[in-house]
Write a protein that binds this ligand. Structure first.
Ligand code: PGA
Length: 256
């Protein structure tokens, strides 16, 4: 596990975008696993910039999103589908048929989950999976206690997660109680993983994930077992991690 610390959110986003860009440049038809949430918004902005400058192209890239709220259709403004359209897909040259996001209103949820796993397999697996981390250490919507053997499935959202998700909904009655998420096993099968965290509030979760015991109580701690993980934290998120555990201090300047 390689831990990189940047000065601030902007630099974390740039470093993350460069990692994704290198992946795409090395393999044009890369299969990317993508997260939603506040954390990756800056990274997506940087990727849009790199694409508009012609440095990278998404024309052959295939994407699989980590999760989607159960009960929200893809045209619901709070859906992760809409988030992805707004924050990335509408602004890069990705092909519609290469975008995969779980259908929050699929009548046969189990079938939807099975098919998602099958599609990932059919595309040769995920080359690079980007992840954020929840305050409670979740990855995707794999809440504490998620089984390490878990595949894509329907899950209940914890009270803490629902409180946090409330920022995406005007009416509290609309906050979903369930989601469909890639499982821990699905995530761990990715060839490479990039974990991002920003801000003081993520410092305890980051410490627990990177240096705490490897336990199902802290879902992100499973990443300690993966052979190819890069972690990019900003200074605040890294504040509880010992300096000797940090492999690279990145100071990039603010030019872009
Ligand atoms: P955030 O969410 O990026 O909005 O903090 C991360 C997560 O819950 O996985």
């Amino acid at each position: 596990m390689r831990i990189i610390v940047t000065d601030n959110y902007g630099e974390m986003s740039q470093a993350a975008a460069r990692t994704v860009a290198r992946q795409i440049l090395a393999k044009q038809d890369s299969v990317l696993g993508l997260p939603t949430g506040n954390t990756p918004i800056g990274m997506y902005g940087q990727l849009i910039k790199l694409c508009s400058h012609g440095l990278i192209s998404f024309s052959k890239v295939v994407t699989f999103n980590l999760d989607e709220y159960r009960g929200l259709s893809s045209d619901h403004p709070g859906s992760f589908y809409q988030y992805m359209r707004e924050n990335l897909f509408d602004q890069v040259d990705i092909r519609e048929e290469n975008i995969h996001i779980l259908d929050g209103i699929a009548p046969d949820t189990e079938g939807e989950c099975r098919q998602y796993e099958e599609e990932i397999r059919r595309h040769g697996g995920i080359d690079l999976q980007v992840l954020g981390i929840g305050l409670n250490g979740h990855i995707g919507f794999n809440e504490p206690g998620s089984n390490w053997g878990s595949k894509t499935r329907l899950v209940n959202l914890s009270a803490e997660t629902r409180r946090r998700e409330s920022r995406n909904f005007r009416d509290p009655g609309e906050i979903p109680t369930q989601a469909i998420t890639m499982g821990i096993r699905t995530i761990m099968r990715a060839k490479r993983i990039l974990l991002l965290a920003s801000g003081q509030e993520k410092a305890p979760a980051a410490k627990q994930a990177l240096r705490g015991p490897v336990t199902e109580k802290a879902p992100a701690s499973v990443l300690q077992l993966h052979p190819a993980v890069t972690v990019i934290l900003d200074k605040e998120a890294s504040s509880l991690i010992k300096p000797e555990d940090i492999h690279e201090l990145s100071t990039m300047g603010r030019s872009d």
